[in-house]
Design a protein around this ligand. Structure first.
Ligand code: NAD
Length: 494
């Protein structure tokens, strides 16, 4: 099915889709989990469905009072919780995952309607959220013996930080909540979660789902309209911020946390380059490249965002990518067959339109590029060729369904080109010669480099950013350690 007809179908199918809200979570009686209670605040925030631009539901809006209540409850909860054993914490996380499992479909339906993604993608996000949390039931924080001699024994212990906060972005709201909550709890902390204002529903639902499972105050959910972030990041009762969002806001988080010397983990924006050295089968490779560039409509921090292709296969890869983009079904995520949903919010929609204008001026659009005049923040998957470094589309992160494909002929030169920006999240090298690809990977200034794939990630694999893509690490042993305070116990013997 062609792009435009799919978009039209998406619109004509809206009434059916909205009916299915009734099976979802379209209710105005949500409560924010604070101090073990579901709290109504007297104020609400409307949540817009990006596929319809209509109000999907509304959730309570927290203010400074709710933040103080959450910090007070979290402080008490953290004091009680810090003496629990690893096994008790793992058991608690298992119960949380089990409870999520009992509400999988409601969570998925809420994700579609608040975020815009397809139902399949939403179900995958719920599964990933549970899988990430479950991982932290299989790992611990054992005492590490650094040194053992006749005279001395040096041990490294990992202690809880106390109250931590997780501030999240709107592309994978539930997954981010889960992958911050589980390691925070495993490390013995209380956590306050604050989702992005445009996608609070699944996080609020998570709070409701686990209300009777977690000790009061151990997990709090606060919804804001972008006013609480600065208050959270400067709050003296909060020891650490685990932040996922844009580079611009990440800098504010770091500055705001400085006064109280907060620990910060910042997972920020990326502009991942993929470098294709050669392609034995351009068609098969293009399919892989397409999947990692446009997943979740390109709204992934580690999506492939700049594709450098060797001139020997440039035309073949461009042609294949255009065919795939033109054949993609973009529409309302609630509608059967939809592969790619709209952009999540109006602000981002306008930003992506700006990137399309840049592509028109500086490149050659070979798929997409025409934004339909219909309700919803729909952008057809857009592929741009004959574009160079130094343009807005190549140098800045679009965070949407638009991909520039740039030609190169010299490997050393393309490595330098890929490294020239302040971003350093991920990158990839594609070649049938893996050794050659690894040599290129070693020269790339990014936290992760994939060979012949992109975006492959998991809770057991550290996710470290380079340069301005962030500070600290999430996931893996290193990511878990960031939710702890290291203590050295240095024992003199005899
Ligand atoms: P954003 O920075 O605008 O918002 C992120 C969160 O920060 C939201 O919850 C927001 O309410 C909150 N916030 C706003 N002002 C704040 C302040 N002054 N202090 C503290 N918090 C504040 O980012 P976004 O637009 O929601 O997300 C898109 C960006 O996130 C992209 O750049 C993307 O690459 C990045 N991202 C990174 C990762 C990663 O793991 N590296 C993952 C997903 C998204």
């Amino acid at each position: 099915m062609g792009m435009l007809s799919s978009l039209k179908d998406a619109v004509s199918g809206q009434s059916n889709n909205l009916e299915s809200n009734e099976t979802g979570s379209s209710t105005n009686s949500y409560g924010l989990l604070i101090g073990g209670e579901l709290v109504q605040t007297g104020e609400t925030l409307d949540v817009i469905n990006p596929a319809t631009e209509e109000i999907f539901t509304s959730v309570p809006l927290a203010g400074a009072g709710e933040l103080e209540a959450a910090v007070a409850a979290a402080t008490t909860a953290a004091k009680n919780f810090k003496s629990t054993s690893i096994e008790e914490r793992q058991a608690l996380i298992k119960k949380i995952v089990k409870a999520m499992g009992a509400h999988k479909e409601e969570l998925a339906l809420a994700l579609v309607q608040e975020q815009g993604k397809s139902l399949d993608m939403a179900r995958l996000e719920v599964d990933f959220s549970m899988g990430f949390a479950m991982h932290f039931t299989t790992v611990g924080l054992p005492i590490e013996v650094l040194l053992e001699t006749d005279a001395q024994r040096v041990e490294i212990h990992r202690k809880p930080l106390g109250v931590v906060a997780g501030i999240t972005a709107w592309n994978f709201p539930l997954l981010m909540a889960a992958y911050k909550l589980a390691p925070a709890i495993l490390a013995g902390n209380a956590i306050i979660l604050k989702p992005a204002p445009t996608t609070p529903v699944s996080t609020v639902m998570l709070g409701e789902i686990i209300k009777d499972i977690v000790p009061p105050g151990l997990v709090s959910i606060l919804v804001d309209n972008n006013e609480l972030g600065a208050k959270i990041t400067s709050h003296p009762g909060i020891a650490k911020i685990s932040f996922t969002g844009s580079i611009a806001t990440g800098k504010k988080v770091m500055a705001s946390g400085a006064d109280t010397l907060k620990r910060v983990t910042l997972e920020l924006g990326g502009n991942d380059a993929g470098i294709v050295l050669d392609a034995a089968d351009p068609k098969a490779m293009a399919q892989n490249l397409f999947n990692v560039a446009f997943m979740n409509s390109g709204q992934v921090c580690i999506a492939l965002k700049r594709l450098y292709v060797h001139d020997s296969i440039y035309d073949a890869i461009c042609d294949e990518m255009a065919v795939l983009a033109k054949g993609a079904i973009v529409g309302d995520g609630m509608k059967d067959g939809t592969q790619f949903g709209p952009v999540q919010n109006k602000q981002q929609f306008e930003i992506i339109k700006g990137f399309i204008e840049d592509a028109k001026a500086n490149g050659n659009i070979i798929a997409g590029g025409q934004v339909p005049d219909i309700p919803g923040y729909f952008i057809p998957l857009t592929v741009v060729r004959d574009i160079s470094d130094g343009t807005k589309l190549v140098d800045e992160e679009p965070f949407g369904p638009i991909l520039p494909i740039i030609k190169f002929s010299d490997i050393d030169e393309v490595i330098e080109r890929s490294n020239r920006l302040d971003y350093g999240l991920g990158g990839s090298v594609w070649s049938s010669d893996v050794d050659k690809a690894v040599k290129v990977a070693e020269k790339m200034d990014t936290g992760t480099v994939w060979i012949n794939s992109h975006m492959a990630f998991g809770p057991n694999i550290p996710f470290p950013p380079c340069k301005q893509s962030g500070v600290g690490v999430e996931w893996g042993k290193e990511g878990l350690n960031e939710f702890t305070s290291m203590q050295v116990i240095n024992i003199a013997k005899g």
